[in-house]
Every structure is written in C-alpha cells, then in structure tokens.
Design a protein around this ligand. Structure first.
Ligand SMILES: [Fe+2]
Ligand SMILES: [Fe+2]
Length: 291
C-alpha cells in the first residue's frame, strides 16, 4: 500500500472510531471547563448505573484500604477525585484502544494503558510543581489520552521497528515521530488529534495530543499544560514504562524551563510517587473489571 493510502486509511479509521460513552463525553466536557463543581461530576455518575457500580467498587477495593466502606456516590467521587472518575470512564469506554496490542511498536498488550496512566500521573505531578497555574486534573486527563494515536497507526508499522531505530542511529530521521511520518505519511500525534476531533474533545486536550512531542508549537494559552504532558510522558518512559521500540526516542524540549523548576531531586520524587499511585490505580481498576 502506498504511503499516502496508509495515511488516508488511518484518518478514515480515526473518523469512524466508536464515540466515547455519553458519560465519558460529559465528564470530559465538565472537567475541561475552567470553572466547575464536583457536584456536576457526581450528577453524571449518578445517571449512569454501570459507572456508579464501578466507582463504588473501586473506592472500596483493597487497593484503597478504606477502614469503612463508602456507599454514597458523593463521598466516593470526592474521595477518588475527578481525575480518577474520568480515568474510570475512559478505561471502560475506550478499552478497545487502550488495550490494543501495539505490534507496530513491538510491545505487549496492556503497555499503552500502563504508559498512558503513568504519563497521566506524572503530568499531574509536574503540573502541581509549575510556576504558572496549570489544572493538575486536566493534565492527568491529557496524559491519559496523549498516545492514543498509536492504537490507530500501530498495525501499519508492523515490522518496521528495527529499520526505524537504525535510521535514527544513522541520523536519517530526527526521531521516532519523523520515522512514522516517513513510513506511513502520518505520525501518532496527528492520528491522535484526528481521533480527538472526532470525539469533540476540548481544544486544550486536542492540543496536548497534537503537540506532546513539540510543546513549543502549541498555542501560547495551552502551552504550560502541553509542556506538563511532554514532561509526564518522558518521566513515564524514564521510569521504564514506554510503549516498546519508540521508548525515549523523542527529544526533550528544553523550553519547559519557562514554566517549571525541576531538578534531579524533584524528578526522583515524582518517579517514586508515580510508581506508588500507579500501583494503586491500576490494581483497583483491574480488580473491579467485569465483575
Ligand atoms: Fe507520543
Ligand atoms: Fe507517550
């Protein structure tokens, strides 16, 4: 198949991808708005029986180790926080993408979800340490979504890893992103933003997906959050949680210094927190799935 045909195929797949559940869509709308109340999130959860059950099971799962069970949705949502509720809704309705085995990156099933979740936690931690105001929960959501484009393009990249890595070594392409474009006419950031448009995600989320490897190109109003995701992504990869062959094959944009003072000690602390939080969230989600 010609490169241009692959690109068009992928863009068509992004347009035809199943929509998010109405609850996930609504939760993303609410949490992307500058001003919102936790009660709005509670109201969405209460209207969705499946999400209600899942949220209650998760908050009462062994991973959270509560002394007394929580039976009210209001308390469960306020205990878990809005980012976790968004994470649960996305984990449910976009499982076909998060759980896809990325053969084109030679990684095992589940690695996209694990990487996205670690990047989400790290993006939030980075956002909390920014010199400018960045909504940490929104940084988490953006981190969760940032690499979904890989699920759309992976099959078209089958068998290309070794060649692409050799091209990077020999400086024939600058990084993995350019390698993807070179091979199939599109990279995972562009495929991911086509999906985000189809899902009508807020502009800030679309920008985070589109520019997570080149945050300096994001519109100025969204740049701090996009930098948080850029760093969160790299921290997840540095912690050993990437998506396969492309791990750490992207440049670090030094422009982050305009928004963050992050020294070696901060990075070490973030990486520790990420491991701890990841274990808790991932275990609670896995424990409560489909039962
Ligand atoms: Fe990426
Ligand atoms: Fe990533």
């Amino acid at each position: 198949m010609a490169t241009q045909d692959k690109r068009e195929d992928i863009l068509r797949a992004a347009e035809k991808a199943p929509l998010l559940s109405p609850s996930a869509q609504r939760l993303l709308q609410i949490t992307s708005a500058r001003e919102h109340e936790l009660m709005e999130i509670v109201a969405v959860v209460k209207c969705d029986a499946h999400l209600t059950v899942r949220v209650l099971k998760i908050v009462n799962s062994a991973a959270f180790g509560l002394l007394y069970p929580i039976s009210s949705i209001d308390r469960a949502v306020s205990y878990l926080g809005e980012r976790m509720v968004v994470g649960i809704a996305l984990n449910d309705c976009a499982a076909h993408l998060f759980d896809k085995q990325l053969d084109g990156y030679e990684s095992e099933r589940g690695s996209l979800w694990r990487h996205d979740l670690q990047a989400a936690i790290a993006s939030r931690e980075v956002a909390q340490r920014a010199r400018v105001e960045i909504n940490p929960d929104l940084a988490f959501t953006a981190g969760l979504l940032h690499d979904l484009g890989k699920a759309l393009i992976s099959d078209y990249l089958r068998g290309t890893c070794a060649g692409l890595l050799a091209e990077i070594e020999q400086n024939q392409v600058a990084d993995y992103l350019e390698g993807e474009r070179h091979l199939i006419g599109i990279d995972h950031t562009e495929a991911g933003s086509a999906l985000a448009r189809n899902w009508k995600l807020a502009e800030v989320l679309q920008m985070a997906i589109a520019h997570h490897h080149n945050p300096g190109a994001a519109p100025p109003e969204h740049r701090p959050l996009v930098y948080a995701v850029h760093l969160g992504d790299i921290i997840a990869m540095m912690g050993g949680c990437g998506t396969g062959a492309d791990t750490l094959r992207y440049p670090l944009d030094q422009g982050y210094g305009a928004f963050f003072d992050l020294g070696g000690e901060d990075l070490a602390a973030i990486m520790l927190d990420v491991q701890e939080e990841f274990a808790k969230i991932d275990t609670s989600l896995a424990e409560t799935k489909e039962n």
